[in-house]
Write a protein that binds this ligand. Sequence first.
Ligand code: SER
Ligand code: ZN
Length: 606
Amino acid sequence: LDSLKDIADMTIDIERQNAAGSELYLDGQELELVSVEVDGRSLSSNEYQLQNEQLILRELGQQHQVRIVTRIHPEQNTALEGLYRSSKMYCTQCEAQGFRKITYYQDRPDVLSKFTTTIIADGEQYPNLLSNGNLIAEEQLADGRKKVTWEDPFAKPCYLFALVAGDLAVLEDRFTTMSGREVKLQIFSEPHNIDQCHYAMDALKRSMRWDEERFGREYDLDTFHIVAANDFNAGAMENKGLNIFNTKYVLANPETATDADFDGVEGVIAHEYFHNWTGNRVTVRDWFQLTLKEGLTVFRDQSFSADMSSHAVKRIEDVQGLRAGQFAEDAGPTAHPIQPKEYIEINNFYTSTVYDKGAEVIRMMHTLVGEEGFRKGTDLYFDRHDNSAVTTEEFISAIEDANGIDLTQFRNWYNQAGTPNVDAKGVYDAEKQTYTLTLKQNTAPTPGQPEKLPFHIPVRMGLVGADGKDMDLTVDGKDAGTETVLSLTENEQTFVFTGVKEEPVPSLMRGFSAPVKLTTDLKAEQLQFLAAHDSDSFNRWESAQTVNRQAMLAMIDDVKAGRELTMPTMLIDQMRETISNPDLDNQYKALMLRVPGYSELAQAVD
Ligand code: SER
Ligand code: ZN
C-alpha cells in the first residue's frame, strides 16, 4: 500500500464446472486495469474485452490460472466501498459489491473460493497488516517494507474478504472452545481508544460461549480479529475472522457510556460473531436471500442479549423498535417483503424489514416448533448446508423436515409486504361454560401487491381467571395446558374453549408472537387487570401502555372540551401496583411507568 501506486495483484485458479460456455465474466468498477495474464502469458488488449463494468475473457479451456493487476486509489474512495482510507489506516468493506472496486472478480455470493492474501506495505507506518484467516508468513523486505501472508482455509464469497493496514493498539485475550481449541482474540483500535475496548472483548467471549451452548456452534479459526474504524458506512461487518466495526459499536468509555451504549456494543459484537455460522459458513446464494443471514442473525443476537439481561425488557425494546421503524416502512411507499423480488441497488435493501421483520419471521418459526424443535432444525440446516450458498427455502425446509411440520402457507411471510391487522373478539357463555374466540386478519394493499393471501399467524395466548392465574385450556376438544399457540391461517377463524368456569380475560399475542397490529374489545378494567396479573411480561407492559394511552387520550378530550384536567385514579392505581410489586425489576418497572410519547399520541389522534 503506497498512495502513489496502490496495486491489487490477484491470481485466481479457475476450473470450469460444466461443459457450457468458454467465457469468464469478471465484475469490476472504477478500476484501472494494468495487466491480464492467463497461465503466465500476458494478454494483449485485443485478447480481452472491457464492457459494462466487466472484464470478459473468451475461449478458455477447462482449467487456468488468471492473474489480474489493477491500480486503485483508496485515498480518493469516499464511498467507503472496496479498499479505502479511514484516518491513518486502510480498511475494506466488500458487502454487498465492494470487492469489484478492488479487482476484477466474479462478485456474487455463490462463488466460494479459498483466499490467500499477501499484503506489502511500509512497516513503519503500517505495522498491523491483517486479512482473513490465519497468519502463515511474515517477512521484512530489503527495501524496508513488510510482507505478510494470511490464509483462510474456508471457502468464502468475496463479500467476506477483508484487509486492514494501520498502526493500531491491540487488546488481546484467549478463548478455549468447547472442543478445547485455543483461539487468540484481538481487538484493534487507535492507541488512545484501546482502554475502551474491554467491554467489547467481554461481550465477544460471552457470544462465543453462548453460540456453543445454545446452537452448538464452535469457532473455527485460530484467531478472531475485530478492528474499530472511524469511517464506516454500516454498524459493522462480519468478514471471516476479521470483523470491522464502526467505533460506535466497539468503544465504550465506562466514565461516559450509557446503558444503551453498552447494550449496543454487546448486541453488535454478538451479531457479527454469530454471522460466522449464519452468513459465513452457510452463506447466501444471491442478494435476494439477504434475510436468510440477517433475519436469522438478528434473531440470534436478540436471543443472546435477552439471555444476558432481562427477557422481558429486551423483548419490549425490540418490539418498540420494530413498531417505530419497520411498521412505518411497511405502511409507506417503500414497503417490501423480507425477500424482495427485485432491486435496482442492493445497498438500499439493508432495511428494517429485511433485518428486523426477518428476525420476527424466524422467531415465529421458533414459536411454532419450540426451542428444542428449532435447535433440531438449525442443526439439520448446518449439517446440510455447511460450506455452501443457499436460499431462504433451504432454511424453512430444514425446520420443516426436522419437525415434521408443513410451513407452506407460512412462506407468505417471505413474499408479502405489509403489517397484518388482527382483530379479536371473545364471547363467554356461562351456561355452556365456553369461551369462543374469533380472530380475523387482513392486510392492507402495499405498492405492487393489491391482494394479500392470509398469513400463518402464531397467536400465543392464555385465558386469565379472576384470581389472576392462567386457566387450564381445552381448545377444540384438546387439552392445551395453561398457555397455547393458536395458528390463525384463515381470514377469519373461531376457536372454542370448553370447561371455562368463569368469564376469563384473554391475553393474546403473548411475547408479541407475530409482527401484527392487534385490536381487541377489551375494556379499560380488563386491560388494567392484565397489566397487574398477566403471567406474560410482554403483555403486562402492552396492557399498561394501552391503559396509559387511553387515559392520555381521554385527558386530551377533556382539555379540548374545556373540562378540568384530572389524573384518572385508574392510572394512579396501576402505577402504585407497578412500583410496589417486589417481583418486577427496576428496568421493567421503568418501561411500565413510561407514558406514551408525543409521536405515539399524535398518531392516535385524528
Ligand atoms: N452484514 C452487515 C451486518 O448486518 C451489514 O452490512 O452485520
Ligand atoms: Zn448482519
